[in-house]
Design a protein around this ligand. Sequence first.
Ligand SMILES: Nc1ncnc2c1ncn2[C@@H]1O[C@H](COP(=O)(O)OP(=O)(O)OP(=O)(O)O)[C@@H](O)[C@H]1O
Ligand SMILES: [Mg+2]
Length: 268
Amino acid sequence: MNSFQKNKKISSQNNRNVTEKQNDTVAVEKDEIKLKLKDISKQFGGDFALKDINIYVKKGEIVSLIGPSGCGKSTIFNIIADLVKQDSGICDVYGEISYMYQKNLLLPYKSIIDNVCLPLTIKGVKKKDAREEVSGYFEIFGLEGYENRYPNELSGGMKQRANFMRTFVHSNDIMLLDEPFGALDSITKMSLIEWFLEIRKKLKPTVMLITHDIDEAIAISDRIYVLSNKPTVVLEEIDLSSYDKNVDIWELSAMKKEVMKIIEDNRN
Ligand SMILES: Nc1ncnc2c1ncn2[C@@H]1O[C@H](COP(=O)(O)OP(=O)(O)OP(=O)(O)O)[C@@H](O)[C@H]1O
Ligand SMILES: [Mg+2]
């Protein structure tokens, strides 16, 4: 048994017995749950994508999903956002969802401020009022002075921040971010992650995010769900909430090795 299992930082969902599951449920329900997926399964064309997925997110938490390409991470988000219907299981959402898709969907013919206003104008808010409402966020999101620029005038990191801002304007209650740092080089990614953690302190959203990058997941998350190859199950749930990300460097690097071993073992 390694040090993390001893400390119960890692728990294997598949190996839990019923009593442990019940205890977990009691412990979890003391905090406010924003998202709860219970025994979610989904097949596409007779091929199992998701099998009995159990995931929850508490208010103010940042929870990551990591897993191999094609295992069903975006499908989980689509089920939460009610864009895809699960075959079985229950998906409870306690709040308003905003969803940042895997692809950058800023409209090239609209200025940044009008892109950010879109969730409001679609709801029927007048353009002038929408602009007024979002203008205060440009400083927080590091885009002050770029309100009237167009997406092709922004760097990759700036476009990601504009994308974040638009998602946030739609709702800061429960944010689903599908590979928000995916297309960036490592230096831009690290600065955007630092920026994201600062935003989190100020605005305290509940966030679920998808990533392929274990370092990114460890740097950002309170908890991580590690998903398997298809048929996709939750291999591990990793609780990082008690670590200080700036201090417990050794523990976190050992944890990274542990996560990589879990993923490697699942591949074999
Ligand atoms: N609408 C659909 N119709 C048929 N198959 C689908 C549909 N949506 C997803 N799939 C299949 O379900 C599986 C999971 O897809 P999904 O996009 O959720 O994976 P992912 O984990 O997000 O992958 P990636 O990391 O590459 O983004 C894949 O095999 C995909 O081909
Ligand atoms: Mg995906």
